[in-house]
Ligand binder design. Structure first.
Ligand SMILES: Cc1cc2nc3c(=O)[nH]c(=O)nc-3n(C[C@H](O)[C@H](O)[C@H](O)COP(=O)(O)OP(=O)(O)OC[C@H]3O[C@@H](n4cnc5c(N)ncnc54)[C@H](O)[C@@H]3O)c2cc1C
Length: 267
């Protein structure tokens, strides 16, 4: 439990303060919840840092400050609808008013509300290291190598201006954890399929994306199921949400549906 609280005045100060026994306090929905996954001696509040606020349109992307809450994003006119849809996967308005996009990406949960959508649109991420240097990466690289970036401050997410994404989340109720969140996106002419599969895998499915993109005509559900069955990273387990076979089937038919929608411009 934290016994020290520091309020950082700038992104550089926050990044410099971070060490192995501290955490950034953003919306606090994870840090302050009972049984939190975050255990830190020092909390560095980043709520007063102007650089982490706001949404702005840049040359080829929309920049979303890490301290933007889910509800800020839902209400902002410049944010693409597909990201608003992903924010609305968080069913509680109270939680949407507090939880931030930076906190969600930093947690990198396998049932993340936002990460599949951010991966499918090929979002970028701006990080600040302890020396004060700003670094640009893609969300894919950040999530694949979180250990390397875990002490860095997320300053902003960059959503490509040309991206379209369709996402689908499966959970027992809107307030329950999701067993699967699947996204299909088009950006820079490339099809990207991403999945947040609870307790199993969070990331892109490049083999499936390439096979679907390269096929002359739309692949059948059976053909996509075969591709899903061939992905070693999708080692689903039996749990309260269903059997591994059921989850693979659900993922396959969802991919087929989302790809048709994103290609048909229904995003
Ligand atoms: C009942 C309940 C259910 C939940 N269900 C889900 C769920 O299904 N899916 C899901 O994804 N989340 C879930 N969460 C977790 C959480 O609400 C969200 O992930 C939220 O987006 C976290 O953002 P925050 O601003 O509240 O983060 P905080 O709680 O403030 O911080 C969480 C972590 O992120 C780090 N962090 C925060 N901001 C930054 C930054 N700018 N740069 C670097 N690191 C940062 C902190 O160091 C800390 O380790 C749930 C929480 C609760 C209470």
């Amino acid at each position: 439990m934290a016994d020290k609280f520091v309020i950082a005045a700038s992104a550089a100060e926050a990044a410099a303060l971070r060490d192995g026994d501290s955490a950034f306090l953003a919306g606090g929905t994870e840090i302050n919840r009972l049984g939190s996954s975050v255990d830190a001696g020092t909390l560095i509040s980043i709520g007063r840092i102007a650089e982490l606020d706001g949404v702005s349109i840049q040359e080829d992307c929309v920049r979303i400050g890490a301290m933007c809450t889910f509800q800020d994003i839902v209400e902002n006119k410049d944010v693409p609808q597909f990201l608003k849809d992903a924010c609305l996967f968080m069913g509680s308005r109270t939680k949407r008013n507090m939880a931030t996009i930076g906190g969600n990406v930093a947690l990198g949960r396998t049932d993340s509300y936002l990460c599949a959508t951010l991966l499918a649109c090929h979002a970028g991420i701006i990080l600040r290291d302890a020396e004060g240097t700003s670094i640009r990466r893609c969300v894919k690289g950040y999530l694949e190598d979180r250990a390397q970036y875990s002490d860095m401050l997320i300053e902003a997410l960059l959503i490509p201006g040309d991206a379209v994404v369709v996402s689908k989340r499966y959970s027992n109720t809107v307030q329950s954890h999701a067993v699967l969140t699947v996204s299909a996106g088009l950006s820079g002419g490339l099809l990207r399929i991403a999945v947040a599969a609870r307790d199993t895998y969070l990331g892109l499915l490049p083999e499936i994306s390439t096979a679907i993109a390269g096929a002359e005509k739309p692949l059948s559900d059976e053909a996509i199921l075969k591709l899903v069955n061939g992905c070693p990273q999708l080692a689903f387990r039996q749990d309260m949400f269903g059997s591994p076979e059921y989850k693979r089937y659900l993922l396959a038919v969802t991919i087929a549906d989302l790809v048709a929608k994103v290609r048909g411009g229904e995003a």
